[in-house]
Design a binder for this molecule. Sequence first.
Ligand code: HAM
Length: 434
Amino acid sequence: MAQRVQGTEDLFGSYMQRWLEVQDLARELFGRYGYEAIETPAIEQVDTFVHGIGESSDVVRKEMFRVMSGALLERSFEEGGEQNLKARQRLALRPEGTAGIVRAVVEHDLVPQGAAPVKVYYAAPMFRGERPQKGRLRQFHQLGVEAMGAPDASLDAELIVMLMEFFEALGFPHESLKLRINSMGDDTCRPAYRDLLSEFLHTLEAELCDDCRERANINPLRCFDCKNEGCQTIMSEAPLLRESLCDECSAHYEELKGYLDSAGVAYEEDPRLVRGLDYYMRTVFEIDALGAESVGAIGGGGRYDGLAELEGGRHTPGVGFALGFERIELALAELGLVREQNKPAPIFIALAASDLKSEAFRLAQELRAEKHYVEMDYQGRSLKSQFKLADKLGARYVIVLGPDELAAGQVMLRDMKSHEQRSVMRSELIHELS
Ligand code: HAM
């Protein structure tokens, strides 16, 4: 039997319904904050991700799925490998949404000089070649927003407030949400801090894990994310960026906290929060569901003021977040908060004789034209099993078509809640049901 790829999921039934419900909630809530939907391609040039997410990040180095047509694969073997391909031929499945959206904003000049910020949201599958485990898929669904065109901390605060409101709308109680925030500094203060941290790590090189020894050279801040206990102990003693922030970054961070305080949003300052994508500067944040931490962060984001330039555009500051649909559902299940889906209740048309099928077909179309949800039997079941099926589908009413009743211009209408049954004139049926 053919099987789905490990670390991917099929979305159907109530799970698919929930994904649609989550998107509806997003459209409604994010719409109130001025966010419009956007969709960018699932494949982009590798460079789009390398520029922003960073050559040295795990996402780019290890997790990005490369895409190649069969013909190109053959040719690249013959011609000596990938390095001979042109940039436009080196493609990848997007591991996240931000880089592609910034590419689109630059390409279509969606934030002309002096214009108000553009605010967009997306709901789309992302792909990362990670080792599949609980809360970690190779194809997962993100719901994210990006606001581009203003460096002001009020924009960061606004979208964090919106995100927390969204989590509550999804069913997370206020007290189950833990928001952590930090500042990653900017090009003025981060380079000096990087050197400081790198120096600190080199003095302890022998005690670091292999990965961190490498990170100490190429991207020392990533060592804060290492899961190795020895490294964590070392990092608990490491100098913190917070103590090296320049005046502008400090002021931006203080402003952000001020806005969050005034909105009544609780947060924890986490000076070791660094996030895995290189494009971040200043604000970064992550959200965990308390009691379901084992699924991993349910959402995260931050500011990326230099990304548009890295994608070849003019300076366009930006900030955004993304949350993982599958992790949200896992976390809600772990907290025992999964809600029953409200399924729509159909009107079921049952036949007392099989030669009334075309009559039933006609009636179904008439009712659907009036916006009713209508079901009927397609398999020649007995009247008794048709009632069973109607029950299973949660039908609100069953219309029974019988030869004698129809001859008298009537049908039988059964209310499945009260179990009352009565004759209704066929000509009055639509009116009756509305
Ligand atoms: P991220 O933290 O890499 O950020 O991913 C955001 C969310 O996607 C995570 O908090 C998690 O819920 C979900 N997620 C990530 N990887 C997986 C996985 N392998 N399996 C299941 N769920 C996963 C970003 O992607 C940034 N683009 C967010 C952002 C937008 N920053 C600024 N704007």
